[in-house]
Design a binder for this molecule. Sequence first.
Ligand SMILES: C[S@@+](CC[C@H](N)C(=O)[O-])C[C@H]1O[C@@H](n2cnc3c(N)ncnc32)[C@H](O)[C@@H]1O
Length: 402
Amino acid sequence: MSTPARRRKQNQNRKEVPASVTSQPKLVSACIECLGECYAVLIVDIGHQPPPGNRKLGLFLVFASLVAGVYFYCKILLFETSDVVKVVETASWPFKVVTIPGKGQGAIATRNISQGELIHREAPLFILPQQRGSPGSVILHALAGLSPSQNEAFYNLSYVNLPATLEPGTPAYNDELALAIFQTNSISAADQGVALFPQTARLNHGCAGAFNAVYTYRPREGVVVVHALKPIREGEEVLTVYFDTKRPRDARRAHLEAHYGFTCQCSVCSLPDEASNASDRRLARMSKLYEQLATWQDGSLTGKQALDVAREIWSVGEEEGYWSERGQLAADAAWVAAAHSDFEATRAWAEVAKEWYAYELGPDSEQVARMDEVIASPESLRRRMAATRAAEKVGWPDGWLG
Ligand SMILES: C[S@@+](CC[C@H](N)C(=O)[O-])C[C@H]1O[C@@H](n2cnc3c(N)ncnc32)[C@H](O)[C@@H]1O
C-alpha cells in the first residue's frame, strides 16, 4: 500500500477531465438517434412501395421525414449545445492554478475580472467540527470516508511545519502529515468548524492593500465563495488574505513565517523602508480607530464622534488601498445612525454597506439582503435594538450625495 507521501508524488501531474468532454457524447448520440429515426421512416416508406399513382405522396413522406430529421438535429444543436456551454462556464472559473516561483502553486487570472465578480465557489472536501482529541487521527478518519480522488486532492496540497524527525510511513508520520496539510490549507467554516476546500486552498496570501480577493464561507449553502475585492487584470495573481494584516510588516512576517513557513514579499511587504513605515503607520491607525469605534457601545462616544471615526477609517483605508471590511464598517455606521434616530444617515450608510458587501461577499449574500431591508425601512433597524441613544445628527458617508 502506498504511503500518503508516495501518493502526493504520483498525482502531481494529474489533470481533471473538463465537463465539456463528458457532455459531448450526449449530443452526438442524440444526433445519430435522430438521423436513425429519419432513416427508419425512409425504409418504411420504401418498403411500403406505393403504387405509381401515390409516388407524389411517397416523395412527400421522404421529404417530410428529412425535414423532421434536420429540425430535431438543429434543435439538439441549439438547445443541448447551450447546456454544454453552461456547464463549461460554471465549471471553468476565471483563473488557472500554475507554479509561481517562490510560492509553490497559485491562481492566475485568465481574463480581466471586475470588482465584486464571483471568482470561485466550492464545496468542502470535509469539515472538522471544533473538537478535542488528536486532530491528526480525526483528519485521517475523515479521509477514510472519502473517495481515492478526494484523497489525492488532499495529499496534493502543500504543507509546512511537518516535524523532520518522523519516519515516513509510520502511523505518527501519517498523522502529522495529515495535520500539516490541514493546518496549512484549512479555513474557518463559521460555527460548523474548520473546512478544507482544495481549489480555494491554492490561493496565496497578500497583506493589507495587496490582496484582491476575499473568500467567505456560507453556512446555509455549505460552500465557500471567492469574490474579487478589486478589479484583477488578466495574468495578475489572485491573492487572498490569511489573517488580519492591519499590523506592522515585522509582525505580519513573523506570523506568516510561524504559521505558513514563508517570508512575505507581497507588494506591501516589499515597499522600500520609508514607504513601508508610512504603510505601517496607516495600518496601525486603522486598528486603533476600529478599537475607538467599538467604544461607542459603552457610551464613550457620541453618534457623531463614532461616525467621524468611521469616516477616518474609510479615508485612511483609501490611502492605504485597504478596501476590505468596508461593508461591515458601513453596516456598523448604519447601526449607530439608527440608534441615534438619524434615519437619513442610516439609509445612506446602508446603501454604502450594500455596495461593499456585494463586492466582498456577493450580491446574493445574506448581508446584502439585510441592507436591502434597512434601506427599505431604516426605522426597522432601530426597532430591533435592545437599547437606543439620544437623537442626534450623525452625518453621512464622505462624498455621499444621496
Ligand atoms: C494555502 S497554501 C497556498 C497554495 C500553495 N502555494 C500551494 O502550492 O498549494 C499556503 C502556502 O502557500 C505559500 N504561500 C502563500 N502565500 C505566499 C506568498 N505571498 N509568498 C510565498 N509563499 C506563499 C506558503 O508556502 C504557504 O504555506
